[in-house]
Design a binder for this molecule. Structure first.
Ligand code: ARG
Length: 466
């Protein structure tokens, strides 16, 4: 057991208590951020004359070497330390002697851990954003290739009206674009430095918090020391954004699973992204899509867990807050993994344009357009709706699609029908005439695609220096 405290204790910690309390098994994940924060802290302490330059140099050198040794595997983080902060400090003292004991001047583990978690999360926000960007450009490529690939659009999972594959994929483009917007918003909101808040009430040392904040790439220091050590809003916001990303991925996966089914065959998932069955030789299963859909639950779980953990905590720091880490780390890793795999899966997936188009041709996806045809000929819409309803019933009876009915058969239903009906209800016409902004018509789709290119080129993320 190696702890940073003990002076006022007369007994050793019970081993089970020690194990229950320790966080090193998971907070070692941010050893780099811990060291980065400590370096900024001592540089500031030296600038303020709280440490000498020699002391600062010795500490910075020691910390840098610890980071290098952990990276190279020469120094292994073991659970003989309570947490990553103790591990780094104890190692520093081993390396450079008593001057290492000055590292923690004007600092508490409360503002230290608040900083470490923020630095780690900030980096993860950018990593997730990068993966989202890659997914968006993959989608945009597919959209460009499929402006005139017809498919049925569904409501209630029943064929509704014809659309294009570009239009369908474009819906997901918008969703993932909003996800990036959420990351951008929260990044700017969270980007204030808690270091210098001490345990809860600041410190009596003349720290320059503006300087520390600028060394670490923050907009500035946080403005209330109690809030600084007790705030995990930014994590809740991140987990919420991650949950929404998973919800979007999961819906998309659900569609891909349906499209990949034997009944639909709209797509074929690549062999490299499918798995087989141990008993049924014919099987090729969409496991990756199913796993992404399934993993949504654990990300939602992390959000619910942290919201619940935080809801009853009085100001300022309480040990409950140590629970902010494990599930949040898991959620971040899960979402990054899902995004990377999902993008790979759709990049390699084959779209069966012929099957999709055939499917759009039946199921009466042109019934609305047939009604609109009658309206154009002067029939009030409600009457036209009734006439086409009757026509659909007759078609079902005869086992025909609307366009397979002869003009005589059509005229039996309504004498308003003329031979120009066939052109009016063709798949091409149905799609091409849908030219309202946001619709599937190729002309308007091209405009939206060009806006999407502009969006991907003018990136909030590249404006940020890490
Ligand atoms: N492991 C702790 C955490 O994750 C570090 C902060 C400890 N502070 C304290 N007062 N015990 O929250």
């Amino acid at each position: 057991m190696a702890q940073l405290w003990g002076g006022r204790f007369t007994k050793n910690t019970d081993q089970l208590v020690y194990n229950f309390n320790a966080s090193i098994s998971f907070d070692q994940k941010f050893y780099k951020e811990d060291i980065e924060g400590s370096i900024a802290h001592v540089v500031m302490l030296a600038k303020q004359g709280i440490l000498t330059n020699e002391e600062k140099d010795a500490i910075v050198k020691g910390l840098t070497e610890i980071r290098q040794d952990v990276e190279s595997g020469k120094l292994v983080i073991t659970d003989t330390y309570e947490d990553i902060h103790s591990f780094v400090e104890a190692n520093l003292i081993d390396r450079i002697g008593d001057v290492g004991k000055k590292l923690h001047t004007g600092r508490s583990r409360n503002d230290q851990v608040a900083l470490d978690m923020k630095l780690y999360t900030r980096h993860e926000v950018l990593a997730v954003d990068e993966l989202l960007k890659e997914l968006l450009s993959t989608l945009l490529n597919l959209m460009e290739e499929n402006i005139e690939t017809y498919m049925p659009g569904f409501t209630h999972l029943q064929k509704a009206q014809p659309i294009t594959l570009a239009h369908h994929l474009g819906a997901y483009f918008e969703m993932f674009k909003r996800d990036r917007g959420r990351l951008c918003d929260m990044y700017h909101r969270m980007n204030y430095c808690p270091l210098g808040s001490g345990a809860l009430a600041g410190t009596t040392y003349p720290l320059d918090r503006n300087y520390t904040a600028s060394l670490l790439g923050f907009e500035g220091p946080t403005l209330n020391s109690m809030d600084s050590v007790a705030d995990r809003d930014y994590l809740i916001e991140f987990l919420s954004a991650l949950s929404t990303i998973m919800m979007h991925l999961s819906r998309f996966c659900e569609e891909i699973i349906i499209w990949n089914s034997n009944e639909y065959q709209f797509v074929e998932i690549d062999d490299a992204y499918s798995t087989g069955s141990s008993i049924m030789p014919q099987k090729k299963n969409p496991d990756i899509a199913e796993l992404v859909r399934g993993k949504t639950g654990r990300v939602y779980g992390a959000l619910m867990s942290l919201l619940t953990t935080m809801k009853g905590i009085p100001l300022a720091y309480n040990k409950d807050m140590q629970e902010d880490k494990e599930l949040a780390f898991d959620a971040m890793d899960t979402v990054k993994g899902c995004l990377a795999l999902f993008t790979g899966m759709i990049k390699t997936m084959k779209f069966r344009n012929d099957v999709m188009e055939k499917s759009a041709m039946n199921g009466f996806t042109n019934a609305t357009d047939a009604a609109d045809y009658l309206v154009m000929k002067g029939v009030p819409f409600r009457d036209a709706h009734g006439i086409i309803g009757k026509l659909v019933l007759t078609c079902i009876d005869k086992g025909k699609a609307i366009h397979e009915m002869s003009i005589e058969e059509l005229k039996e239903i309504s004498d308003v029908f003329e031979p120009d009906i066939y052109d009016a209800i063709s798949l091409e016409t149905c799609v091409q005439k849908r030219l309202t902004i946001g619709g599937p018509g190729p002309n308007v789709m091209r405009q939206v695609i060009s806006q999407a290119h502009d969006y991907l080129e003018n990136d909030w993320h590249s404006a940020i220096q890490e």
